[in-house]
Design a protein around this ligand. Structure first.
Ligand code: URA
Length: 261
């Protein structure tokens, strides 16, 4: 790989990836390319000064930058603009699209998913792959759809991460933390009656807890409103037997909505 690998366009990078796969590479071990053939002359002069450390305080704190940025958002549109311009999340560099949200912002129910996968990254919309199709069918069963015009029958869907992680790896704690101010503001603007936390990453972000199989099905509070943790539809595709519990959780959501004015 030559030193200009980082400058490849999408198609050239795709061809390079295919070639690496043909050579037998089957796993990415880092987020960025490493040129292992690069010539690095050995430093023999012991008296040479060590490379200068970055000045203290020069590195921006990604969470503080995110908090300052969201303060400028006045509605969903400006929030999307501000979030897509945020540059301190490395996932942005590997993603094709910024995936903000889908559905009706008037919805009473807001779903917080984890991160875009391949299809979502290609399309720029959350939950459009197989897991998303299952999610649509699950919520249709309790009369809710992202395409519904009336807020009481509508869904609004977003993710903790707006950029696809490489190889669909889990976002790490630092990546989640820097997106949290955006998610909190997102919830404020949509102002749903209740939130569905889809999977472990959403629970980690909203509740600071993991363990979805323990958390699911029990009402909790996230961003100051009732929240229901549920197993992720991708998990349900792999474990169809768990659909029974997911159905119970959906019925809980419907019952709670009926109780609310
Ligand atoms: N899984 C998620 O959590 N979100 C998506 O958008 C797609 C798959």
């Amino acid at each position: 790989m030559d030193s200009s690998a980082a400058d490849l366009d999408f198609h050239a990078a795709g061809a390079l990836l295919d070639w690496l796969a043909e050579l037998g590479a089957d796993e990415a071990i880092g987020d960025g390319p490493v040129n292992r053939y690069e010539f690095k002359p050995e430093v023999r002069n012991a008296a040479a000064p060590p490379p200068a450390a970055p000045p203290v305080g020069a590195e921006a704190d990604p969470v503080a930058v995110a908090k300052a940025a969201v303060a400028g958002a006045v509605n969903l549109e400006t929030l999307a603009e501000i979030q897509s311009a945020y540059d301190l999340c490395d996932l942005k560099r590997g993603a094709r699209n910024f995936v903000f949200a889908d559905g009706n912002p008037e919805a009473r129910v807001m779903i917080l998913g984890e991160a875009p996968g391949r299809e979502e990254d290609l399309e720029g919309r959350p939950f459009v792959g197989r897991a998303g199709q299952l999610l649509d069918r699950m919520f249709a069963a309790i009369g809710l759809a992202r395409t519904a015009h009336h807020g009481g029958e509508a869904l609004y869907i977003t993710n903790v991460m707006p950029w696809r992680p490489p190889q669909n790896r889990e976002p790490d704690a630092a990546e989640i933390a820097m997106m949290l101010p955006f998610v909190a503001r997102h919830v404020e603007f949509v102002n749903p009656d209740l939130i569905v936390l889809m999977g472990n990453i959403s629970c980690a972000a909203a509740l600071g807890q993991r363990g979805i199989l323990r958390l699911r099905g029990k009402w909790t509070e996230a961003f100051g409103r009732p929240a229901m943790p549920m197993t992720h539809p991708a998990y349900l595709l792999r474990n169809p037997a768990a659909k029974r519990e997911a159905w119970a959780d959906l019925l809980e959501i419907r019952a709670r909505m009926q109780e609310m004015p």
